[in-house]
Design a protein around this ligand. Sequence first.
Ligand code: GA4
Length: 356
Amino acid sequence: MVVLAKGELEQIALPAAVQKAAVPLADVPEVDLAAAGGGDVRGREAVARAVVAACEGHGFFKVTGEGVPTELLARVEDAAAAFFALPQLEKEAATATAAAAAPGSPFGYGSKRIGSNGDLGWVEYLLFGVTAAGTAALSVPGEEASSLPPISDSLRDLLDEYIVAVRAMACEVLGLMAEGLGLEERDVFARLVLDKESDSMLRVNHYPPRPELKQSAAGPHGRLTGFGEHTDPQIISVLRSNDTSGLEISLRDGSWAAVPPDRNSFFVNVGDALQVLTNGRFRSVRHRVMVSSLRPRVSVIFFGGPPPQERLAPLPSLVEEDGGRRRYREFTWREYKASAYRTKLAENRLCHFETA
Ligand code: GA4
């Protein structure tokens, strides 16, 4: 069981204590995928333009009309809630495979400790690699497949079903991004996530209700950091949550905006790798989760990543449109990920790859 050392709870609470409560984000851009899929060319072009505008703006938007069965989502949510309600030792034992236990492996069940560089949050989670077939695994592609985390069969089967649906949706959105940017190669982004070696992941986060805290520990608003501010290293992240608030995004002026929860929509984040591929035209959105609610928050996030050996660099046509200025040097995803995993959550990871 993870026991917090003296003072660690205060660390989780502290950042919130110095921050004002975020104002609700009034203009979450919304993209209706149903309007892109009906064979109406003009309608599709309009949706593609809206996707590009959202990626250039907040780097964040809401997706509706995507056709993922609502019933599947409700079942995933219930099964995840049931898993996190298990006794601590059972949760730990459930994902204790050799691959997940290997030094440095981020996979498996975790509680309060995020990554391996000292970040703490009021959260517990399950983190899986995604296999080519779209199943949840506790090792990365290319390494010994330990596809069978002995977590509850029903949760595992549901997550497998969910991954296939959410990955297809992520690729549809990536296709719209390429179309909206006027790129000739329409699958330039989606193929990276569909590749059989793709380094995609699935994360299920459970933010327990905030504990009773002394005002001094939780700050004037009683808010704890659930998941500290960060950008996602991958290409795209697709998040679904129950209707508990907590997600906040950083706006261009550096202020934080609270995203009103919507259990009937997906939320899409641009990741660092997509910022690079678009030569900085799309913005990898800085976000965090704050916990102030007495209700638990459950979220499921698919991270679409490229294959480890994939070389990433700004696309030539976008460099040209930018007056020939190439903002990032070329690197492999393996290189970027290794660098990212050495950082603390809040660090800027892209700056090491910027050109002078
Ligand atoms: C953020 C996005 C994904 O949740 C994640 C996270 C990873 C982890 O939890 O192990 C990282 C974080 C994330 C970015 C920087 C490093 C790695 C924690 C951390 C401090 C699974 C990912 O790929 O990058």
